[in-house]
Design a protein around this ligand. Structure first.
Ligand code: NAD
Length: 281
């Protein structure tokens, strides 16, 4: 059976290291600061924001929540961002997505100063990621790479298959795998014969949002399988895009849900915020 890739454990040890870095910075008079903007009352978003804030607090990072109403206009939100761009106590700005329909997500993302773009969603950050320049990397994809490395999985020369092509997970994780010298194939909702391609993967990353989409017959024996999905199964229990009990029989490494990719995402957010604070000047 597959070796478990324990994101929870890796995240805990990285966050313990970060706490020491934050302490040292704080002694030099630099308290890293993250501003989180939440618009409206989306339940899932509130949960994510709470857990990001809790992690900040534990690491000694100052966090500031701006919770705005569902009726907030785009201009009002942009004003908050402009203010935070100028705020010397804030190193990172995160706008929790999705946003209400009257607000353009792209306009908001582009308003965030690239120097404070700790989510790595700004087109400048994305462009630098593509050309391999130093920049803030998007947190979930970066966390996946860190988890692979910590598990001693070789990426160079491997066939990595990414299922899903969203801007926040699928596309950037494929790019980061390419930067690590994998041969990368993307699959998505228009891919006619998904299984024919996933079966070729040495490293399979699944970011779709369909509970238990990937079964053991979709996985090459010995493959490394990364499950990004966060879904509810028929009993309301949290589950991934991969049928864990099934795929565990054939994969060499597998991430659990919860406790795999999720904790790494937050860890990379904290890391970006600390990096940004170090670059403060
Ligand atoms: P999304 O809805 O933006 O994108 C889903 C992608 O899946 C699309 O590119 C689509 O083409 C593809 N797709 C849909 N149906 C498909 C099918 N039948 N076969 C193949 N491809 C198909 O979602 P997202 O934001 O990328 O998130 C994906 C999942 O990952 C969700 O469950 C989300 O909750 C989870 N997620 C987890 C974390 C984390 O930190 N653990 C972070 C972000 C997202």
């Amino acid at each position: 059976t597959a070796e478990l890739m324990n994101g929870k454990e890796l995240a805990a040890s990285k966050q313990a290291e970060m706490k020491e870095r934050v302490q040292a910075l704080t002694e030099q008079g630099i308290v890293p600061g993250l501003a989180v903007i939440l618009v409206g009352d989306n339940q899932a978003s509130q949960t994510y924001v709470r857990s990001k804030q809790r992690s900040c607090e534990k690491a000694g990072i100052h966090s500031e929540l701006r919770h705005l109403s569902e009726e907030t206009t785009e201009e009002e939100l942009l004003n908050h961002i402009r203010e935070l761009n100028e705020d010397p106590t804030i190193d990172g700005i995160l706008v929790q997505l999705p946003l209400p329909k009257q607000i353009s997500e792209q306009a908001v993302i582009e308003a965030i100063s690239p120097a404070k773009d700790v989510d790595g969603f700004h087109p400048i950050s994305i462009g630098k990621m593509m050309t391999g320049e130093k920049t803030f990397l998007p947190c979930t994809p970066h966390g996946i790479i860190e988890l692979l490395k910590a598990s001693n999985v070789d990426i160079a020369g491997k066939h990595a298959v990414v299922v899903g092509r969203s801007n926040i997970v699928g596309k950037p994780v494929g790019q980061l795998l390419l930067n690590e010298h994998a041969t990368v194939t993307y699959c998505h909702s228009r891919t006619p014969d998904l299984n024919a391609i996933t079966k070729q993967a040495d490293i399979l990353v699944v970011a779709v949002g369909i509970a238990k989409l990937i079964k053991k017959e979709d996985v090459k024996p010995g493959a490394v399988v990364i499950d990004v999905g966060m879904n509810r199964d028929e009993n309301g229990k949290l589950c991934g895009d991969v049928d864990f009990a099934d795929v565990e029989e054939v994969a060499s490494h597998l991430t659990p849900v919860p406790g795999g990719v999720g904790p790494m995402t937050i860890t990379m957010l904290l890391e970006n915020t600390i990096e940004s604070a170090i670059n403060r000047s």
